[in-house]
Design a protein around this ligand. Structure first.
Ligand code: SAH
Length: 343
């Protein structure tokens, strides 16, 4: 049995042909799926016979809402969602002045092992399928009754460690018959897998790219991010420059401020000198506390000072708004709670 949420429209055409149907049916079925249909019987413009045939060969893989936590302060909602095989993932729904945004997970768990991040504490369980990534949006749109305007792939997982599925997901949400979301309203964040950054600059030019940099000094970065061993920061920054030249698009650097470690004058000066002249923007995130890590975040005053200083060095910088902190939904805090882990 095949989960039709996992297919692109092109693949769905192939599937229709395989079961002896006209390929134009693919468009109809695809558009139902992205309207949120969760059963073939909802597809009322398909004949009963076709719906029965679809049921024999395929299904629409849904995600179960296991729990929703509502922030009391800012309207953020954190969803714990169940996959078919019992694995669980988290997604965050956020309201901004300019529209609704969702932070989706790309893997169940993560194998990058960043020291400050809660999502990787238990390692990687598995990659999410394209339909499971998109399913987070479909499920949350249905639950909130609201349209989602922006997607950030910044939940649990390393999207470039699940590149093929990420690409299909992006194609499907962008498709006119899908969610019809502009690629410019989507941001993918990576810890810096250089070969995939190169692929992305050629294949997904319109999508915004964010890089989790966190330090411009190789030794400091490596003490927090094992990925720096395979892809050292200077090589990463060279790839980022190439990316901006290839795409003409501004790159975002996420920079977590760790008190006494990445927020010092020396560290910020090094950052400014290495980013000089690059088409980029720095998004400062005072590190969110995760008990196990023992690392502390800078306060927002220090963050604002650093942003102002970077501006004087010619580098556009902002401090990320912190949403959902009261429900542990802020950056780097996504993980399954103790209860779920022990079930
Ligand atoms: N794997 C991808 C996307 C997921 S993480 C990546 O590394 O970019 C989303 C962002 O949250 C990354 O920039 C990550 O480094 C950051 N992050 C992780 N833990 C954090 C924490 N405790 N406080 C602040 N930001 C954190």
């Amino acid at each position: 049995m095949i989960n039709l949420r996992d297919l692109t429209i092109k693949e769905l055409k192939g599937f229709c042909e395989e079961i002896g149907e006209k390929p134009f049916r693919a468009k109809q079925i695809f558009s139902w799926i992205y309207k949120g249909a969760e059963s073939f019987d909802e597809m009322t413009d398909l004949s009963k016979a076709l719906r029965e045939k679809l049921k024999e060969h395929a299904y629409i893989g849904k995600l179960d809402i296991i729990r929703v936590q509502h922030s009391k302060t800012d309207g953020t909602r954190k969803y714990l969602l169940g996959l078919e095989d019992g694995n669980m993932i988290e997604s965050v729904f956020m309201k901004y002045k300019y529209g609704n945004s969702i932070c989706v997970s790309s893997q169940a768990g993560c194998r990058m092992g960043c020291k400050f991040c809660a999502s990787g504490l238990d390692g990687l369980k598995r990659d999410l399928t394209p339909g499971e990534i998109a399913g987070q949006i479909l499920t949350i749109e249905k639950d909130t009754g609201e349209k989602i305007n922006h997607i950030v792939v910044m939940g649990t997982g390393e999207p470039f460690d699940n590149y093929a599925n990420l690409k299909k997901f992006l194609i499907n949400v962008n498709d006119k018959e899908g969610l019809n979301l502009s690629m410019r309203n989507i941001t993918v964040s990576t810890c810096g897998l250089i070969p995939r950054i190169q692929d992305f600059s050629k294949e997904m030019k319109q999508v915004n790219l964010a890089i989790s940099l966190h330090s411009a000094d190789s030794e400091t970065r490596e003490s927090m991010m094992p990925v720096n061993r395979s892809y050292p920061v200077d090589d990463l920054l060279a790839a980022c420059r190439e990316y901006t030249e290839e795409t003409g698009r501004r790159i975002t650097f996420e920079y977590a401020l760790v008190k006494g470690k990445t927020d010092t004058k020396e560290q910020i000066d090094l950052l400014a000198s290495k980013l000089k002249g690059m088409l980029c923007h720095v998004n400062l995130i005072p590190l969110n506390e995760v008990k196990e890590t023992g690392l502390a975040g800078s306060n927002r005053k220090r963050a604002a000072e650093i942003a102002a200083y970077l501006e004087t060095r010619g580098i556009p910088a902002t401090v990320r708004r912190e949403l959902g902190a009261d429900i542990d939904a802020a950056c780097g805090q996504l993980r399954l709670g103790e209860q779920e882990k022990n079930k």
